[in-house]
Each structure stands twice: as structure tokens, then as C-alpha cells.
Design a protein around this ligand. Structure first.
Ligand code: COI
Length: 355
């Protein structure tokens, strides 16, 4: 496939934000986007062109039955050098989500080439300021107009870019999370492990209620017993019990986070005893009370590492440790952001440099 590039004339380009750190996450978009279409069992017409509205039939299947998936990754700049963090992992996960949602596979090499080209075009949009990056949002949606419930025969894959600072308005400081027993995010056999749009829709009401009570996100419990922690709004969860770092296993209801996997690898390299195991919410609350729980943090592309300072469960707030950033959370944040931004040595081959 030959990639077509149609650039916005320099005089029509947008003004770039001066301070990406102060932007609300994902609220500003660059001048260009990548798009390609799927029909007759193949991807076609790959193009980098102006960022613009989509034209969709009102009966497009994504709008009615939620056949849509996406990814999130970040690009960093240090002087003239531009980096992506484990981009193939995201594209592989997109393909895994596509299988679950009966959507077509993309060619990872081609999608990566197109992304690299898009980032070359938008190089000046990649912020250099510490704590900022250019967030990359690959998206695939079903476009066929049809009201019968079945998988679409046509799709659109596109990539948009947004300069971002921290995901939470608090920045890198402890966030407050509310544990929900009322709602669940995903159930056994469902689509919890896929990065599909409906999972986020399912989380909104719980998220709204948490926010109304002053909490940033919800911690979800398993759908069967409401006993085990699963993940939080936009993050996987890690709990440090004394010297054991534990995180819930990928049981099918949890998003297989790339930051999660990276944090696990780093913790193991640092000599932590790392366990993927079911973690009962009672074990966490008891551990907070007894002091056995030293830290809790979330991991995610957008959130990176988010120290959790307070868990609200059954009408009671529980302060984790002394409510401040734990030593491991800080060390993990420094290590990950250092590697991602090219400041620290990348001994694991995770950083992908764009020439
Ligand atoms: C990410 O961390 O990249 C996510 O996809 C979470 C998000 C929905 C903001």
C-alpha cells in the first residue's frame, strides 16, 4: 500500500499550546491525522491528511452496537530525538481487541510506518517539557450502515495526536479512588480484556458518582463475588504488601496494560517479589489498617504511575500509608518516565527512536 500525504499549508496550521502541562488531557489535536479504510476484505487508501471531522452514515454500526476499539501510546522528544515507548505492543493489543470485537487485523509493520510518518509530519507538536508528551490515539470503528446486529464489513482505522501533560489534574501526586460494589466494569466471558469503547461507557456512571464525592476514579471489583480488585478507571492496579508487589492476574476481565507489564518487569529487575494473584479488597483494607499495605499505585499509558493516597470503601475513607507518594511509586515513576523520554538508559529495548 502506498501512503499518500497531503499537508495542511503552513499558514493554515493551528497555534500550538504554549504550556502542554496545563491542558486538560486530550483536548487539543494536531494539524494532521492518518486514516485508511477497510472494504472488500482489505485495507485501502492510506493517507495522512488534515485533522478533520469524519463523515459517517447515521446507521454506521459503530454508533449503534459499539464495534469500536482504540489504543493509547505516547511520543516523547528530547532535542531533535523523538521516541515511542513499545509501540508494537499497542498495535498487537489493537489486533487482539479486533479479534474479540470481530474486526479486521491491521498489518503492524505498515501501521507503525504510517505512525512514524505522521509523527515526522507533526514533529514540532511533540512537546519537550518534562512531564509532557504527544499522546497517540489509534482507533478503529465499524462504518457499514446496517441496523441488523452483526459485524460490519467496512471499517475505518485512524490515528490522531494530542499534546498532553499529566492525566490527573493533581499531576504526579496521590489520587483518591472509590471502590465500587454497586457497578462492575466487566464480567467473565465479556469484553473486559479488549480495549473497546463500550468498556469505557460502562465505567461512566460509577466514575461520575465517584467524582461527585471527590474521588478521581473507581476501583472495580470482580463481577461474580465483588470480592477481588480488578482495575481502576484508566489504570491497572499494584499493591505493595510489605515486600511483595502484587497485581491482579489477567483473568479476561482486565486490560492487559503495557505499562503494567513494564512495571512488573522493572519491579522484578529491582528484586521485588512480584505476584500476579487475586487480591481481595478485604486483604487490601485490612492491610491498610495493619500497615502491611505500604503503597498502592495505578499504571497506564495516560496515567503513567499514579500513587493512590486514599481508598474509599463501604462509606469509609482509608488512607494508604501516610497518604503521600510512596518510595516505590516515586522510583517507578522516575524510572519509567526516564526511560520513555530517553533520559535514562533503556536496557530492555523498549524505546523506539524515530529517525
Ligand atoms: C491510556 O492510558 O492510554 C488509556 O487508554 C486510558 C484512557 C482511556 C485515557
Amino acid at each position: 500500500m502506498k501512503l499518500k500525504v497531503e499537508l495542511v499549508p503552513p499558514e493554515s496550521r493551528k497555534e500550538r499550546p504554549e504550556d502542554p502541562l496545563s491542558l486538560e488531557f486530550g483536548s487539543v489535536f494536531t494539524d494532521h491525522m492518518f486514516a485508511m479504510f477497510y472494504a472488500d476484505n482489505e485495507w485501502k487508501n492510506p493517507r495522512i491528511g488534515p485533522y478533520s471531522n469524519l463523515s459517517l452514515d447515521p446507521a454506521a454500526l459503530c454508533l449503534h452496537y459499539g464495534q469500536g476499539i482504540f489504543e493509547g501510546l505516547k511520543s516523547y522528544r528530547r532535542g531533535e530525538r523523538v521516541f515511542l515507548f513499545r509501540p508494537r505492543k499497542n498495535l498487537e493489543r489493537l489486533n487482539a481487541s479486533a479479534i474479540r470485537m470481530v474486526m479486521p487485523q491491521i498489518d503492524i509493520d505498515f501501521a507503525l510506518e504510517a505512525l512514524i510518518e505522521l509523527l515526522r509530519v507533526e514533529r514540532d507538536w511533540i512537546p519537550e517539557l518534562k512531564g509532557s508528551s504527544l499522546y497517540v490515539r489509534p482507533t478503529m470503528i465499524a462504518t457499514e450502515p446496517k441496523l441488523g446486529v452483526r459485524a460490519s464489513h467496512t471499517y475505518l482505522y485512524y490515528v490522531i495526536l494530542s499534546p498532553v501533560g499529566p492525566y490527573f489534574k493533581e499531576g504526579f501526586s496521590p489520587v483518591k479512588i472509590m471502590v465500587s460494589e454497586k457497578y462492575v466494569r466487566a464480567a467473565d466471558g465479556g469484553v473486559g480484556q479488549a480495549k473497546t469503547i463500550g468498556n469505557y461507557a460502562a465505567s461512566l456512571l460509577g466514575g461520575k458518582e465517584a467524582m461527585e464525592r471527590g474521588y478521581s476514579q473507581v476501583m472495580w471489583l470482580d463481577s461474580h463475588e465483588r470480592k477481588y480488585i480488578e482495575e481502576a478507571g484508566t489504570m491497572n492496579i499494584f499493591v505493595l504488601f510489605d515486600d511483595e508487589l502484587a497485581t491482579p492476574p489477567l483473568s479476561g476481565t482486565i486490560l492487559p496494560g503495557i505499562t503494567r507489564e513494564s512495571a512488573m518487569q522493572i519491579a522484578q529487575d529491582w528484586g521485588y517479589s512480584l505476584n500476579e494473584r487475586p487480591i481481595a479488597i478485604d486483604e487490601v483494607i485490612d492491610g491498610i489498617k495493619s500497615g502491611k499495605v505500604k503503597e498502592i499505585f495505578g499504571t497506564g499509558t495516560a496515567a503513567i504511575i499514579a500513587p493512590i493516597g486514599e481508598l474509599y470503601f463501604r462509606e469509609k475513607p482509608h488512607i494508604v500509608g501516610d497518604g503521600t507518594i510512596g518510595a516505590l511509586s516515586q522510583r517507578m515513576f522516575d524510572e519509567l518516565t526516564g526511560i520513555q523520554s530517553g533520559e535514562r538508559e533503556d536496557t530492555r529495548g523498549w524505546v523506539f527512536e524515530i529517525e
